[in-house]
Design a protein around this ligand. Structure first.
Ligand code: BGP
Length: 468
């Protein structure tokens, strides 16, 4: 693999999200987000970790951008915290919040780094949750558009690449079904309803961007994993098709074609899990055309037919909820119960956190998405969470991460060679950061941060071997 196998202006980058790095949770005018509240009011994160200080990027962003430049990144994907821009999510605008991101963008550009801005990476202003019930209310669609309009107007002269929602599939299921993210709800019907409202907000933001910034490029980032059949038994093959519809097409078909997969829609109706889709919704969803699909790839999944359960197959454990594959639970009313059951793939190694490592699945994902939707793909996340440790010389020899990235980049180059149009690749993540539920020990960065779950310590930045 060499550079020439990638397009000339390929965006080699790394990614982050506001809540996971910024800290400064009450700095200047910032209002609380649902993540600020959730981490204070529940004990669902490891060791009660939260993003109050995080990596203190809010105060140290210049140092971080200098490191990005030293690593020669061509792109940096970060998210904007809505409650930093609008402390209550609506009406009043915070100039200090805007100037933080404006300075960050200017700093990146001064170093030749292309900013890639995510509009929503899970940290809804708490005031919108309290006043309207968050994404369950259609009132959020125009409010999200108001917030996006401000960003498009203030930053559109300098930002070309925009991501609407980060992993809608993950934050809706963890937030509204499994009650392990805010707003801490366990109700499938409410999840599907909220998900539809977010689809409307996504389409509205894309249309607004195209109206205000005709040369900008915008799309959602989706947490995608191709689902394979456990065996060639036709029932397993069918289960895999259904699982792909349920886990992937359910979102991507809406983003790219403006319609839900019919079979899943019918199943939800039969289970009384359906939601209101008005004629106007239909028109809106069909009117929005993303310029690219953001792909966050960690791994895929394996399934067999629900009726094919046998003792030789290890069923996925629900105790360690894996956001990339909604495992069927024992609830007979869950849609998965009628479609598939998730099982372990016996051929794959796993990370320290039990996530399957499947680089070939990455090539399959890229090719399938491109073949199906014919849109350029921007890899907006891919990386390895591991326990990194400092050696006696204060170095981090993360050869396992280098190997992981190398294997995935080889598959990416194979996908490009086979004709898939890929805009860029942002590794997750640039520095170590807060893993939403797993604290600070699950490290992904090229740059080590000297802190742990219990103390912010020195927050010193130490480039790892993978950085070099
Ligand atoms: C994605 C999120 C990221 C990041 C990553 C790793 O779902 O978009 O924000 O957290 O996964 O996940 P985790 O921190 O759970 O290991």
């Amino acid at each position: 693999m060499n550079r020439s196998q990638f397009p000339e202006h390929f965006l080699w980058g790394a990614a982050s999200a506001a809540y996971q790095i910024e800290g400064g949770y009450q700095a200047d005018d910032k209002g609380p987000s649902i993540w600020d509240t959730f981490t204070q009011q529940t004990d669902k994160t490891k060791h009660h970790t939260n993003g109050q200080v995080a990596t203190d990027h809010y105060h140290r962003y210049k140092e971080d951008v200098n490191l990005m430049a030293e690593m020669r990144l061509k792109a940096y994907r970060f998210s904007i915290s809505w409650s930093r821009i609008m402390p209550t999510g609506e009406k009043n605008i915070s100039e200090s919040g805007l100037s933080f991101y404006s300075d960050l963008i200017d700093n990146l550009l001064a170093h030749g780094i292309t900013p890639v801005v995510t509009l929503y990476h899970w940290d809804l202003p708490q005031a919108l949750q309290d006043k309207y019930g968050g994404w369950e209310s259609r009132a959020l669609v125009p409010l999200f558009a108001d917030y996006c309009r401000i960003l498009f107007e203030r930053f559109g002269d300098r930002v070309t690449y925009w991501v609407t929602f980060n992993e809608q599939n993950v934050f809706t299921s963890l937030g509204y079904r499994w009650a392990s993210h805010p707003p801490n709800i366990a109700d499938e019907k409410r999840m599907f309803a909220a998900n539809h409202v977010i689809n409307l907000a996504n389409a509205t933001a894309i249309n607004l961007c195209h109206e205000l910034l005709p040369s900008a490029l915008i799309g959602p980032s989706f947490g995608y994993g191709e689902v394979a059949p456990f065996s060639s038994q036709p029932e397993d093959v069918l289960a895999a098709k259904d699982a792909n519809q349920f886990n992937n097409d359910w979102w991507l078909d809406v983003y790219c074609r403006g319609q839900y997969p019919v079979k899943i829609l019918h199943l939800l109706q039969n289970l009384n899990l359906d939601f209101e889709i008005s004629a106007a919704d239909d028109v809106l969803l069909k009117s929005a055309h993303p310029n690219f699909i953001g792909l966050n790839y960690y791994h895929g999944g394996t399934v067999r037919a629900p009726s094919q359960a046998q003792s030789d197959v290890v069923e996925k454990q629900l105790t360690n909820i894996d956001p990339y594959l909604m495992a069927a639970d024992n609830n007979q009313k869950s849609p998965e119960h009628y479609l598939f059951q998730s099982v372990e793939n016996p051929y794959l190694d796993k990370t320290d956190w039990g996530w399957e490592i499947d680089p070939i699945g990455f090539q399959i994902a890229l090719r399938n998405i491109y073949d199906k939707y014919q849109l350029p793909i921007f890899v907006t996340e891919n990386g390895l969470g591991a326990f990194d440790t400092l050696d006696s010389h204060q170095n981090i020899n993360d050869d396992y991460r280098i190997q992981y990235l190398n294997q995935h980049l080889l598959e990416l180059s194979a996908a490009i060679a086979s004709g898939v149009e890929v805009i860029g690749y942002c590794a997750w993540s640039f520095t170590d950061l807060l893993s939403w539920l797993n604290g600070y020990d699950k490290r992904y960065g090229f740059v080590y941060i000297d802190r742990d779950d219990f103390s912010a310590k020195t927050l010193t930045r130490i480039p790892k071997k993978s950085f070099y």
